[in-house]
Design a protein around this ligand. Structure first.
Ligand code: ZN
Length: 273
């Protein structure tokens, strides 16, 4: 498994709109169709955000249920489902965690606070403990979202205290304006602080996406791609989820690595243990 790379697809996010890029999937059927298309090309994990009928971010349990039901319409698709508990929509923590009762295999868990461009990315200790507790209750593995370095150290402390379980899956989200920039030095610093008992990935937002993702691959990490993080493929060229995935797959293969299937990703991430 050492040479296998997990490609995660983040198709929608909270921010992108059809006005920014008409390829952004918004409805449950659109989200499921693009996840399926990218699973066929090698995506092993789907990091899922949902939108309401107006296209605005929602954590609503019924909308999440609809997305999962749309995915069920592709019975051959065994992609790992990771629901977002992110706070960008500014909801209370009980709202943010309401979909965990659906028992997805994974969910995102930010282990600290930082800033987004226009508002706080608030994850206070009470919020983190609540969401982590709900994940434990429903057998959901957290993916620790690290927007800033303190979140990594807090995650290690939380695991030592038993709030979340070892082994950790850590995703470095770099390049969000207001949080840690996507630079080689920042990634290498974080990489050097990683605990032994973990897996990790990079989400590189913005123009550094390709170079920083390639660096993560070279360091043995996994990569997230998708319109949530990058609506442009290159300067002035709009992306699709598939184009972003295909490019990272090609880089991974060119580096002599292999793409992990969802079954292999489950083993690597120690899911269901
Ligand atoms: Zn997200």
């Amino acid at each position: 498994m050492k040479n296998k790379v997990i490609l995660t697809l983040a198709p929608t996010g909270n921010v992108p709109t059809k006005e920014m890029n008409p390829n952004v999937p918004i409805t449950p059927a659109e989200i499921a169709a693009q996840i399926y298309q990218c699973w066929r090309e090698g995506a092993a994990v789907a990091h899922i955000h949902t939108r309401d009928q107006a296209g605005l971010p929602t954590s609503d349990v019924e909308v999440n249920r609809q997305v999962l039901a749309e995915l069920d319409k592709y019975p051959d698709c065994d992609i790992i489902r990771q629901l977002s508990t992110g706070g960008r929509a500014g909801k209370s923590y009980t709202e943010r965690g309401q979909m965990l009762c659906l028992g997805p295999e994974m969910a995102s868990l930010a282990t600290g606070s930082s800033n987004f461009p226009a508002k706080a990315n608030l994850n206070d200790p009470e919020t983190i403990c609540y969401l982590a507790g709900e994940m434990k209750k429903y057998g959901v593995k957290p993916e620790v979202e690290v927007f800033d370095s303190a979140m990594l150290f807090n995650a290690i402390q939380l695991a030592d205290k038993g709030v979340i379980d070892w082994p950790l899956q850590i995703n470095f989200v770099l390049g969000v304006p207001g949080s840690l920039p996507a630079s080689f030095k920042n990634l290498f610093f974080l990489y050097e602080q990683l605990p032994d008992n973990c897996t990790w990935s990079i989400t590189a937002v913005g123009r550094e996406h390709v170079e920083l993702s390639t660096m993560a691959l070279a360091l043995g990490g996994n990569v997230r791609v998708g319109l949530e993080d990058n609506v442009f493929y290159s300067r002035g060229v709009l992306a699709t989820n598939l184009s972003l995935l295909k490019r990272m797959k090609a880089i991974t293969l060119a580096m002599g690595k292999e793409i992990a299937s969802p079954a292999e990703a489950r083993q690597i991430l120690a899911l269901g243990k």
